[in-house]
Design a protein around this ligand. Structure first.
Ligand code: HEC
Ligand code: HEC
Length: 261
């Protein structure tokens, strides 16, 4: 967190005026296109994985200054992400295993490096977040992680690899669209009129596997159902009020650390 708060303002002064001006115009574009939470998560990853070579300000290597917005081998964000993941052949930058969420964050940060004010604390401390997850936040009364906990809500063991930082933050704020489609609650009515409310674990063309409200695992044949609806409602509480900004930042850091077994 300390590092995320380093002031960037003085850097602009050090640059020639013309460069600084064009940098600002770019930055405005970028901040619109990239989500602040991803940029902040990217800053944290950058400090862990990139700073040794590229330096705190992205300008340590004589060959490449990350504060420029054009990179010779990365014409697009997609190419940039692939180069960060696969490394650049023939250079010191080697392949590293990053999740898609981490690549999204690193690209967002690199595109905004030096032009963004990292004052907030969107991504906090994962250890504290784990304690809140099990304690004050009561997340573990609904969610399962690494085989522990109920199945009534989505298993979050791999959520850090599946969702970007910005998406996870939206889930915590109870914003719509925060959930992976398959995790949306469903309602099924069987031929004999039995109503099943639950959540999909899996589905194919003909069948759907559900866990119902009583945590029973069911496999239903779609053709035999009278009704099958994906619901817009959610049982996921909003933590906008019940957790402080700092607590949410810690829980977010914990979720981002969940990348499967
Ligand atoms: C071991 C040192 C090292 C590490 C660690 C490293 N890089 Fe690099 N990076 C380099 C070198 C060397 C180059 C290539 C310079 C050149 O063009 O010859 C490079 C090039 C780049 C480029 C330019 C790509 C292009 O299109 O030309 C980007 C962007 C970049 N690095 C981002 C990152 C990010 C983000 C991280 C951390 C996730 C990272 N690097 C980690 C050494 C490193
Ligand atoms: C009362 C039960 C309940 C509690 C408590 C709860 N959740 Fe959820 N959560 C759900 C349900 C159910 C969903 C599935 C989405 C839906 O129903 O809209 C969900 C969805 C999510 C998602 C989105 C998963 C995806 O697929 O993208 C995340 C992330 C999440 N919860 C994290 C948390 C965290 C972190 C906490 C604690 C701070 C928490 N939840 C507390 C029930 C709960």
């Amino acid at each position: 967190m300390q590092m995320l708060r380093r002031p960037f303002a003085f850097l602009a002064l050090a640059l020639p005026a013309a460069l600084a001006a064009s940098g600002t115009a770019q930055a405005q574009d970028h901040v619109g296109r990239y989500e602040q939470t991803d940029i902040e998560f990217g800053a944290r990853l950058y400090n862990m994985h990139c700073i040794a070579c590229h330096g705190e300000n992205g300008d340590l290597l004589p060959e490449i200054n990350l504060r420029n917005t054009q990179f010779p081998n990365s014409p697009s964000d997609r190419a940039l992400g692939e180069n960060i993941r696969n490394g650049l052949p023939g250079t010191a930058m080697v392949a590293t295993e990053y999740s898609d969420a981490e690549i999204t964050a690193l690209v967002a940060y690199v595109r905004n490096i030096g032009s963004i004010d990292l004052d907030s604390i969107a991504v906090g401390d994962a250890i504290r977040g784990q304690a809140i997850f099990a304690g004050k936040g009561e997340c573990s009364t609904c969610h399962r992680v690494f085989g522990q906990g109920p199945r009534s809500a989505p298993d979050l063991s791999n959520i850090g690899a599946l969702r970007t930082a910005a998406q996870l933050e939206r889930s915590l704020l109870g914003a719509p669209g925060g959930t992976i489609p398959i995790n949306r609650p469903v309602r099924a009515v069987t031929a004999d009129g039995t109503v099943i409310n639950g959540r999909r674990l899996n589905q194919d063309t003909f069948t759907v596997q559900l866990v119902d409200e009583n945590e029973r695992l069911l496999s239903l044949e779609k053709a035999s159902l009278r009704e099958f609806t994906i619901l817009e409602t959610t049982e996921m509480p909003s933590y906008a009020e019940t957790l402080s900004d700092e607590e949410r930042a810690d829980v977010l850091a914990y979720m981002l650390s969940l990348k499967g077994m």
